[in-house]
Design a binder for this molecule. Structure first.
Ligand SMILES: [Zn+2]
Length: 537
């Protein structure tokens, strides 16, 4: 038998396929798993870990994160490793740092993606998608990275923030960029159809681009047009994209937002199941919280964003326009009105407010009181002061729906994490998603079996990304591993204390190297940039 570099003994092994745990040992040679099963006591290695009957499973694959720009400031991915995440999918919800075409393009993209900049100061020293991956590849990465390109980014490159359908030559340029990005290693395309400029796109545009991505073996992930009043129609629209584009699709961070929409997830999940029965490849991801998180400016009607962030800040500076905005937010509306979905200003909490941090952690009702003005008026002041680089938490889902979605066999776990600037408050999902599933929904509430929950974090997302060497514990696979205590694992982060780390994740191994040992991050950076279509992926 060959010599191992690392041996883990006496584990309950959950292999990532959904199969029941079995007792065994695992040997690592270099960056690969070399042995899974019983190892005679005589076999030794430079490093031996006694699992003491804890759970050994594949590293978690968080397919949906907004870590893109964070990597430029801090590529350690500490908050991911502490949760057991060894691979992240970036470029989500239509936002990706590439491809770029021009200097002017950079300024627009800088505004567009401001809320996920995480305190980074990008040099913008890339243009193509492949160039962006090259930049990432030069960083000492804590986790592996699988990158998508954003439909919003593509649209900005070709037509800025114009609120119209593309002309034929514009669509052709977007298609060329999509094809090129796929050839350079993108895992697919993502959309954010509530955010400008995605919100200005029509169905046909998405289908045309997805056809390009589909033939190149990519995945389409969508933050749909509506996650509230029109969530059922939005799922139907996403299914239609799968049908007309012949592409696998994934519905991002699935939810039914707003009290009057609670329970609609039964209908949406039925649509997913029906689509699959018809041969359409549709799946879903979800984070395990009842509050969503995005920009604070998402409270504004779509027309306010037209022309980009500078334009919308200008509008907020004009008192007549501001009154009109306020009135529209308070009225019934066909757009995704977060104030109404949250049942009022109390349901919206400011998370990150870089220039006025004294309002972080306060809900808009409290912010309004502090300003002595209407909560939405006060929120508009915050947006102006922060130049749009702020985030908020929107409490608008039902716990029962969260459980219903989580239980569904076509749903995987993904954090949708939005990192903040150093020390800034973020949604607790950024620090706690995976341990929360394992502690709260598996151990405490028994919503899922341990093996099923782990499959939703490992084998399932690996298959979705087409990662043939990840997500399952077998000889020959990459040695991305997690060893955790099923009796103590739990998230620490809450809305009140969102940066507190989780507990119970004792060892995390990335490509054969110890990234977390005895519960502490080691500082080892062994992550790799994965490129779709390359043999390394
Ligand atoms: Zn999203």
């Amino acid at each position: 038998m060959s010599a191992f570099d690392l041996v883990i003994r006496n584990a309950r092994i959950v292999d990532g396929t959904g199969s029941p745990w079995f007792r065994g040992d695992l040997g690592v040679e270099g960056h690969r798993i070399a042995w899974v099963g019983h190892l005679p006591p005589s076999i030794s290695a430079p490093k031996v870990i006694d699992a003491k009957d804890r759970i050994l499973c594949p590293g978690f694959i968080d397919i949906h994160t907004h870590s893109d720009f964070l990597l430029l400031r801090d590529s350690s991915a500490t908050e991911k490793l502490r949760q057991g995440v060894t691979t992240q999918g970036i470029g989500q919800c239509g936002f990706s740092p590439a491809p770029l075409l021009s200097e002017e393009n950079i300024a627009l993209l800088d505004q567009y993606a401001g809320f996920i900049k995480a305190g980074s100061t990008p040099e913008w020293n890339w243009r193509s998608f492949g160039g962006w991956l090259d930049v990432l590849e030069r960083l000492p990465l804590g986790t592996n990275i699988a990158a998508f390109f954003g439909h919003g980014t593509l649209r900005i490159a070709v037509m800025g923030f114009d609120a119209r359908t593309p002309q034929k030559d514009e669509l052709d340029r977007m298609k060329d960029l999509a094809a090129q990005s796929m050839e350079e290693g993108a895992f697919g395309m993502t959309s954010g159809l509530v955010y400008p400029p995605g919100v200005y796109s029509q169905f046909d545009e998405i289908v045309a681009l997805c056809q390009i991505v589909g033939v190149r073996n990519g995945l389409y992930e969508s933050h749909m047009r509506s996650e509230s009043d029109h969530v059922v129609e939005s799922v139907a629209e996403t299914v239609r994209v799968a049908e007309l584009s012949n592409i696998p699709v994934q519905i991002s961070h699935h939810k039914a937002a707003g009290r009057r929409n609670w329970g609609k997830v039964h209908e949406t999940l039925r649509l997913v199941e029906e689509a699959r029965n018809r041969g359409l490849d549709v799946t879903v991801n979800q984070y395990p919280y009842t509050a969503a998180s995005t920009t604070l400016r998402s409270i504004l009607p779509p027309w306010v964003h037209e022309g980009g962030l500078a334009k919308s800040l200008e509008r907020l500076g004009d008192m007549t326009t501001r009154r009109r905005i306020l009135q529209e937010i308070l009225e019934e509306s066909s757009w995704e009105n977060y104030l109404l979905r949250c049942g009022g200003a109390q349901g919206i909490t400011v998370l990150s407010s870089p220039r006025l941090p004294e309002y972080e952690g306060k809900n808009l009702e409290e912010v309004g009181e502090a300003f002595g003005r209407h909560p939405i008026d006060a929120a508009m002041d915050l947006i102006v002061a922060n130049k749009g680089e702020d985030t908020a938490c929107y409490d608008m889902m039902s716990e029962e729906d969260v459980r219903t979605v989580l239980r569904h066999p076509r749903v995987m776990v993904a954090s949708d994490s939005i990192p903040g600037a150093p020390g800034a408050r973020t949604h607790p999902r950024t620090q706690g998603t995976n341990p929360r599933i394992l502690g709260r929904y598996v151990r405490e509430e028994k919503v899922l079996s341990l093996e099923n929950a782990l499959w939703k974090m490992t084998g399932f997302p690996a298959a979705r990304l087409g990662l043939s060497r990840k997500g399952i514990l077998r000889p020959g696979m990459d040695a991305d591993l997690v060893l955790f205590d099923p009796d103590t694992v739990l998230d620490g982060a809450s809305y009140a204390d969102p940066l507190r780390p989780p507990r119970g994740i004792d060892y995390v191994i990335v490509n054969g190297d110890l990234a977390v040992a005895e519960g502490s991050v080691t500082g080892t950076r062994s992550g790799k940039v994965l490129r779709k279509g390359s043999t390394s992926a």
